[in-house]
Design a binder for this molecule. Structure first.
Ligand code: RUB
Length: 340
């Protein structure tokens, strides 16, 4: 994974195809960065579109959206942003002169930029709320690499709180090392452990803090594989377990009983040298007749294991997440439309 690509929050100079490749290869990772990169891909397409009519332009954006959605199946934040884009185009076409391509493009561009600003504002709010929850002297256990979690911890440090963070390495791609590097270079006291250490070290910690890829209508959390194990160990040891999650991570489709897809990644990340392989392989592979290697990238932690979600709206108890998210998504989509 290229470090320089991963620490960037925006990719305005990369083509849509380059962004698609970077997301697939995990050069861009973390739910919010992926969602923002997808919006950047749409912006690139608006600026480089060859369409002659609004219909052609609509089809071009739909094709791009479908390509982007395929890159990481377990990313509702990306899907929510992209669906918002499609909804905007359809309602614009309904309400305006159907053949005014120039106006459609310029309004969509404005809409996408507002979407990026909104995502930035929300994570800043979330980080303020999250850092106010963490007391001076706290020891915090984290998993994988979440940009929202990193922001919360950096805020604590900026507020002169003396915190200590333990990162789990996060097999197979070791995003936990990325977190450890980022936090320690910021000046935060940081420890690194292998994932299997969680049971023996949990009692040294005051709380667990993880990110979120998806939140279901029941308030369950989909996050990096290993999260559910950590949540169980935390519960047994009465250690609080929080997830930092913008409301855009909520997947509205789960309200209709649609299960969140768990991304299955290449077996070579587990069995090979731990790097992303460009050529797709079978996700379930026989090394010999008796051995299969699996590589699910995420797992599902039931709401009962989560103390609260740290969102831009405050601390939300998991069972209320669906209600709060449905309300907020309707409102923020309305706000975005009105700002044009
Ligand atoms: C990253 C991961 C993160 C969430 C939240 O997985 O599971 O916890 O995406 O990230 P991957 P953020 O490395 O496979 O993308 O807080 O940055 O949105």
């Amino acid at each position: 994974m290229s470090n320089s690509t991963q620490t960037k929050e925006s990719f305005p100079f990369r083509s849509a195809q380059q962004i698609i490749n970077d997301i697939k290869e995990l050069k861009i990772q973390g739910a919010r960065r992926i969602a923002k990169a997808a919006v950047d891909a749409v912006i690139w397409q608006i600026k480089n579109s060859k369409a002659k009519t609004t219909d052609q332009f609509h089809d071009e954006i739909v094709a791009l959206v479908l390509e982007l959605e395929k890159t990481r199946p377990t990313e509702p934040m990306m899907r929510n942003s992209l669906r918002t884009t499609l909804r905007f185009i359809l309602s614009w076409l309904r309400l305006n002169k159907k053949d005014d391509l120039v106006a459609l493009k310029s309004n969509l561009l404005k809409f996408e930029k507002n979407l990026l600003d909104l995502m930035d504002e929300e994570v800043e709010k979330l980080a303020q709320i999250g850092s106010s929850l963490i007391k001076d002297g706290s020891k915090i256990l984290v998993h994988c690499h979440s940009n929202s979690v990193v922001k919360i911890l950096q805020n604590c440090f900026d507020q002169n709180k003396n915190i200590e963070v333990s990162c789990l390495e996060t097999r197979p791609l070791f995003q936990g090392r990325l977190t450890a590097r980022e936090l320690s270079s910021y000046g935060i006291k940081t420890n690194l452990y292998v994932d299997g250490a969680v049971g023996s070290i949990i009692q040294k910690h005051d709380l667990v803090l993880v990110g979120a890829d998806a939140i279901t209508a029941e308030g369950d959390l989909i996050n990096k594989i290993g999260t559910f194990t950590i949540a169980q160990v935390a519960k047994i040891n009465q250690v609080k377990f929080f997830s930092a999650a913008e409301i855009f991570k909520y997947d509205p489709l789960t309200r209709f009983g649609i299960e969140e897809i768990i991304e299955q990644r290449d077996y070579l990340e587990v069995w090979g040298d731990g790097r992303y392989q460009k050529e797709p392989q079978d996700i379930e592979i026989s090394i010999n007749d008796n051995l299969k290697v699996y590589n699910p990238s995420f797992d599902r932690t039931p709401a009962a294991f989560i103390s609260a979600y740290i969102c831009e709206e405050g601390l939300i108890p998991p069972p209320l997440m669906g209600y709060v998210a449905e309300k907020k998504l309707k409102l923020s989509l309305g706000d975005l439309n009105e700002s044009l």
